[in-house]
Design a protein around this ligand. Structure first.
Ligand code: ADP
Ligand code: AMP
Length: 213
């Protein structure tokens, strides 16, 4: 099963992608997590990506596409994956489509987690992330057991630099201009499914499971 998660930054793509990955036994592939791991390790790729991420801009397609195609070519992705944060532009979607069709393959579902802009800023300012293991919390909706500490690995939780309100606004603008057109792209392919992302996260997941079967 190959799934794409669509939706504004902070809509809950990562939250739902992790739940899908657990239930259906496929890897959760997040380009944002890959970039953040590279930034943490001080790689050249990380330093390049950071320039864009800190401003709320997209990392250029050439860089992003290569990273993603390398990742999904790995053995654990053979039976499927859930992509979170990729594609984010029409050219990225086209490259993915072509790479898959060259292998006689395709994406099964593009799931749009729909959340209006008004809810996004609140979601992002409350998000806390573990830089060590990638787990995500929300200070009101999904608090960790001990404030500021990751339940899973015990490391410190941080407010991502790009979750500060002034950057979130840029990210939303970028989303509307560059990423939202993908909804039409996948509607045209007959695989777009929309879920109401303002529901409680368990209900969002139930809506997704109904689609995936
Ligand atoms: P994305 O991957 O789309 O950027 P996240 O999954 O990281 O979004 O979610 C953004 C923030 O909102 C996180 O702090 C997360 O815990 C919280 N969140 C996710 N889904 C819901 C929901 N259905 N209701 C309330 N808060 C949510
Ligand atoms: P995310 O963790 O998905 O919210 O991504 C964080 C940031 O990483 C984005 O705001 C972009 O700067 C960058 N990024 C992640 N995925 C992509 C992508 N597919 N294309 C371009 N930039 C990306």
């Amino acid at each position: 099963m190959k799934i794409i998660m669509l939706g504004a930054p902070g809509a809950g793509k990562g939250t739902q992608a992790k739940m899908i990955a657990d239930k259906y036994g496929v890897p959760h592939v997040s380009t944002g997590d890959i970039f953040r791991a590279n930034i943490k390790n001080g790689t050249e790729l990380g330093m390049e990506a950071k320039k864009y991420m800190d401003q709320g801009l997209l990392v250029p397609d050439e860089l992003t596409v290569k990273i993603l195609l390398d990742r999904v070519a790995q053995e654990d992705c053979r039976n499927g994956y859930v992509l979170d944060g990729f594609p984010r532009t029409i050219p990225q979607a086209e490259v993915l489509d072509k790479a898959l069709s060259d292998l006689g393959d395709k994406i099964d579902y593009a799931i749009d987690v729909d959340v209006p802009d008004e809810n996004i800023i609140q979601r992002m300012s409350g998000r806390r992330a573990c830089i060590a293991c990638g787990a995500t919390y929300h200070i009101e909706h999904v608090p960790p057991k001990t404030e500021g500490i990751c339940d899973r690995c015990g490391k410190e939780l941080v407010l991502r630099d790009d979750d500060k309100p002034e950057t979130v606004k840029n990210r939303l603008d970028v989303y509307h201009k560059q990423t939202q057109p993908l909804i039409e792209f996948y509607t045209g392919k007959g695989i777009l499914k929309s879920v109401d992302g303002t529901q409680d996260m368990k209900d969002v997941f139930a809506s997704i499971c109904k689609i995936l079967g």
